[in-house]
Design a protein around this ligand. Structure first.
Ligand code: AHR
Length: 334
């Protein structure tokens, strides 16, 4: 491994180096040309549609709360929907917002492909769109051309950081079960890509099973129960979110094994439940994935309305939690 790679890994694992919510306006990042996109009115209140994917975990609830809290400060009149975990409901929720002529649409696309065409429908109807949290298929709808921007984390890097921690924690020897998020979601696709590509370079580590737990605690527990029976030699778990990791912890305990001792677990999110599990020693580490997009979306919308160029990816930088910093990090749990 080149020494600069080792250094950059060390930096990524430095919890104090992680900033709260840094908007990257870096070189080489393409910008949205205000001319190509529907215009955004500068009136108050602005009618803003927020179409949530589901509300089955603390991360989703924190994301929704972030929009409710910013609405008054930003002069937004929010129209909110919840797709209850259904792509087709999220599409029809957004279509109904288009029919109501909202001034701006903001949403986390549940899956990359099924939610891409409705972005084009909004553009055709003259409604600007900001995507938050997850992205859509760029071969169908492109940031800067069809919608203003994508505000969100670097999911591939989250996967790298989870893998880096696991390599250190296991001394480079592990048989890993991977619990994937919702199939077809950019968060699941990229978290898998990032983790798998780092682990593939480790001769002593292998991913012995990889299956979706749909980002849900119950599903994560059920999948882990089944996989534990098929792979009793498992020594590590990588879950794409805290909720599935907490489900896996329950399954591991029910199987008479000790999470954190017999099986090392690394995950992503930084929920309160995740931080508590790190403090108790059952969970090894969690890469933060911030759900607090409300203030960033407000800022982007106001700058776009004034005619400013917006980068096609407003990147959110995330903290990293493990036993070395979990106590002082409790304040960031949600
Ligand atoms: O897209 C972000 C992911 O979606 C979060 O990690 C997860 O908890 C949520 O359901």
């Amino acid at each position: 491994m080149a020494s600069h790679n080792r250094d950059s890994r060390r930096q990524r694992l430095q919890p104090l180096a992680a900033s709260l919510l840094a908007v990257a306006l870096g070189f080489g990042v393409a910008s949205a040309q205000a001319d190509d996109l529907p215009k955004l009115a500068t009136k108050t209140p602005l009618k803003v549609g927020f179409a949530q994917t589901e509300s089955n975990n603390p991360w989703r609830l924190a994301e929704t709360r972030s929009f409710k809290e910013i609405a008054a400060k930003c002069g937004w009149q929010l129209v909110m929907t919840d797709a209850n975990g259904s792509n087709s409901k999220q599409v029809s929720d957004i279509q109904s917002m288009i029919a109501q002529h909202v001034d701006l649409l903001v949403f986390p696309p549940r899956e990359e492909k099924p939610l891409a065409p409705v972005v084009l429908q909004a553009k055709k109807a003259g409604i600007p769109v900001i995507l938050v949290d997850r992205n859509v298929d760029q071969s169908v709808a492109k940031a800067g051309r069809d919608y203003i921007t994508f505000i969100g984390s670097d999911f591939i890097d989250q996967g790298h950081r989870a893998a880096d921690w696991l390599i250190k924690a296991t001394g480079g020897k592990a048989k890993i079960i991977e619990l994937e998020g919702t199939t077809g979601a950019s968060a699941a696709n990229d978290r898998k890509k990032g983790f798998d590509e780092v682990i593939a370079k480790q001769p002593g580590m292998s991913i012995i099973a990889s299956q979706s737990g749909d980002f849900a605690r119950d599903k994560g527990r059920q999948v882990m129960e089944t996989l534990l029976q098929a792979h009793p030699d498992v020594t590590a778990v990588y879950a794409h979110n805290d909720e599935m990791a907490l489900g896996a912890i329950a399954a591991i305990k029910a199987a008479g094994k000790q999470p954190g001792k017999d099986i090392q677990i690394v995950t992503i999110d930084g929920t309160k439940g995740g931080l508590d599990a790190i403090a108790s020693g059952e969970l090894g580490a969690s890469v933060q994935s911030s759900p607090f997009f409300g203030p960033l979306a407000c800022d982007v919308a106001q700058r776009f309305a004034k005619g400013e160029k917006i980068p096609t990816w407003v990147k959110v930088s995330d903290r990293f939690y493990d036993k070395s910093n979990v106590q002082e990090s409790m304040q960031y749990g949600y």
